[in-house]
Design a protein around this ligand. Structure first.
Ligand SMILES: [Zn+2]
Length: 253
């Protein structure tokens, strides 16, 4: 869902809000004996052709089964909240609305290479899109298998969305590679201009590699000639009843 010019960052875990907490949710480090048998006796299987510093390719385009989770949003005072209230002059004439963030993690029962890869949808809003007749928050309640509140005020819709997200429900999300130049976006921002659109969208438009079906995520920005890496973007959500995943599915036999 990318309406109202909001930005969806792929693969990049949001600062602090999604940093993994320690075991049992505590931030305390776990003290370990250096002679722990997990360190001294457990023999690891190491792939000598692999490289732990290699950057994994972005999630390939397709329909992925994903698990949804609420993550905190920064309010206008810079504080992290489960959800927050906003008003923007350029959005629906400053009408107030609530927003939260939803993090989706891919479920990969196939190669498992992409299992757990996360994409966060920032600013999921309760603001009614007049042309579409619904809001992002209401859409996600339904796609995640929930029911809209009987009297859908913005507050009731946000409360329902948080309730639905509490069980970490699943859905199918269609994703696609997108190349956007950060350098050119920063230049436009400094000039007070509109951010440039992604200059390449869809994995099949990226250069082919020697491996069939695998594309190179690194491309050159046509404007500044800088190197840009494709990011997987959320394109279209579907409920589990609406469609089947085309990716992350275990091979038969
Ligand atoms: Zn550029």
């Amino acid at each position: 869902m990318s309406n109202f010019g909001d930005v969806t960052y792929a693969d990049a875990p949001a600062a602090d809000s999604t940093a993994p907490a320690g075991v049992n949710g505590s931030e305390q480090p776990i003290l370990i004996d250096p002679n722990d048998p997990r360190l001294t006796s457990e023999v690891l299987t190491i792939d000598e052709t692999a490289d732990a510093y290699a950057v994994l390719p972005p999630l390939p385009d397709g329909k992925w089964r994903m698990k949804a989770k609420q993550v905190d949003i920064k309010d206008d005072k810079g504080q992290l909240q489960r959800y927050a209230v906003f008003s923007r002059a350029k959005m629906a004439n400053g009408q107030p609305f609530f927003a939260t963030n939803i993090e989706y993690s891919a479920i990969d029962h196939g190669t498992e290479e992409f299992d757990g890869v996360r994409i966060t949808d920032y600013w999921v809003k309760t603001l009614l899109d007049q042309r579409k007749g619904t809001s992002q928050a209401a859409t996600m309640i339904l796609k995640l298998g929930g029911k809209l509140p009987a009297s859908p005020t913005q507050k009731a819709v946000m409360d329902t969305l948080l309730q639905v997200l509490a069980s970490e429900p699943e859905l199918i999300y269609e994703t696609a590679w997108s190349a956007e130049c950060q350098t050119c976006q920063n230049v436009a921002k400094k000039r007070g201009e509109k951010a440039p659109r992604p200059f390449l969208q869809g994995m099949h438009r990226f250069p082919a590699t020697r491996t069939p079906g695998v594309h190179d995520p690194i491309v050159q920005c046509p404007t500044c000639k800088g190197q840009v890496r494709a990011q997987a973007r959320l394109v279209a959500p579907y409920s589990l009843k609406e469609t089947q995943p085309t990716r992350g599915v275990a091979k038969q036999g």
